[in-house]
Write a protein that binds this ligand. Structure first.
Ligand SMILES: Nc1ncnc2c1ncn2[C@@H]1O[C@H](COP(=O)(O)OP(=O)(O)OP(=O)(O)O)[C@@H](O)[C@H]1O
Length: 332
């Protein structure tokens, strides 16, 4: 290329910015990747107490599409509550992108935060006492948020909707009972109805089955699946319980403040024509190409400090760094 051709080809700043944005979007997996209903990108939350910094979220990436039902699982201290507090508008991240339904959670004015918390998101908490008022019946509990929001249609319409929602989550028969007269599972299903009374776009549930046995917990998940399917609400369940993967189509695991792996369950038609659900586990690759190897892989090959990587036509090999080629290896 000649000097003249070079000088005429120099792009202006706007074009450079456009190209950079295009490349960043491509690196992130295409423009649509940052267009989810819930988007976290390089999300960081640092807590400072007595001069000590704790990095609770260290560049977490997560995209959840509108209408998905996703479980986020992680051990104690992995950053689940920190993430949920940010997504529910209770806490503000230190850096990165956190967006829900086009609300930028890093730059919310107090007024927008209030409208976000009142109108865009609904919550189900682990402690049943936090979800329901003890002196109201189940139906009155569901009617209350509608009354507070000044939902139009009058008392009769609110009552009918409350009954309909309770039926939808399978506890219509509890409508006239107070929380004290309900089992833990029934209370949590009522809590789901309360949380969606004002048509939120997203429902967050924090360990909603934490105080329940397995069978009752499964009923609460069934209620969440029904709400997700019938009302199209995006549902995000946060839990430490790995077994939850059997209850949802997509499970995202968090480790050390980052998304580390995902399990997706898909329906497949077996050889005999029956439909079976198949679980597949994926490691999550962040925008910079970083990923976490599953702890079991690291243990199995005693991987430490550094590993050897080799690019093959259709996969990447990961081998212990201290041995030569041809020894036992794991493929990533
Ligand atoms: N307000 C805070 N001040 C200081 N450190 C905090 C604060 N909140 C959380 N942390 C720290 O951040 C990290 C992540 O905590 P977080 O509560 O999000 O984890 P978690 O996965 O929800 O755990 P658990 O299941 O036990 O609730 C932990 O190391 C925790 O000690």
């Amino acid at each position: 290329m000649t000097a003249t051709a070079e000088s005429t080809a120099v792009p202006d700043l706007a074009e450079l910015q456009q190209r950079a944005a295009h490349r960043a979007a491509e690196r992130a997996g295409g423009r649509d990747r940052l267009r989810g209903h819930i988007v976290c990108d390089g999300l960081v939350r640092i807590f400072k107490t007595d001069g000590v910094e704790v990095v609770a979220l260290q560049g977490l990436d997560l995209v959840i599409d509108r209408g998905e039902l996703v479980a986020i699982v992680g051990a104690s201290g992995s950053g689940k509550s920190t993430l949920l507090n940010i997504l529910s508008g209770l806490d503000t991240p230190t850096a990165g992108i956190a967006r829900v339904a086009d609300y930028d959670l890093l730059a919310l004015s107090n007024r927008r935060r209030l409208s976000y918390r009142r109108g865009v998101v609904g919550f189900v908490w682990q402690q049943t006492g936090r979800n329901l008022l003890p002196y109201l019946t189940a139906r009155e509990n569901v009617e209350l948020p509608m009354r507070l929001a000044g939902r139009s249609g009058g008392r009769r319409a609110r009552r009918a909707r409350a009954q309909e929602l309770l039926e939808m989550v399978g506890v219509g028969y509890c409508a006239d009972r107070r929380p004290g007269q309900l089992s833990g599972g029934e209370q949590q299903r009522c809590a789901v109805a309360v949380a969606v009374a004002n048509d939120p776009e997203v429902l967050f549930a924090d360990e909603p089955t934490g105080e329940l046995d397995e069978a009752t917990g499964a009923e609460v998940f069934a209620a969440l699946r029904t709400i997700n399917a019938e009302l199209g609400v995006t549902v995000v369940v946060v839990t430490h319980d790995q077994a939850v993967a059997t209850q949802v189509r997509r499970t995202v695991a968090i480790r050390d403040g980052r998304t580390s792996s995902e399990v997706r369950r898909t329906a497949r038609v077996a050889a005999d024509g029956s439909t079976e659900l198949v679980s597949e586990e994926y490691a999550v690759l962040d925008r910079s190409g970083r990923m976490q190897l599953p702890a079991s892989f690291v243990d199995a090959l005693s991987l430490r400090d550094r590993v050897r990587l080799d690019l093959e036509p259709d996969h990447v090999q990961v081998r212990p760094g201290d041995v030569g080629a041809g020894t036992e290896r794991s493929d990533a």
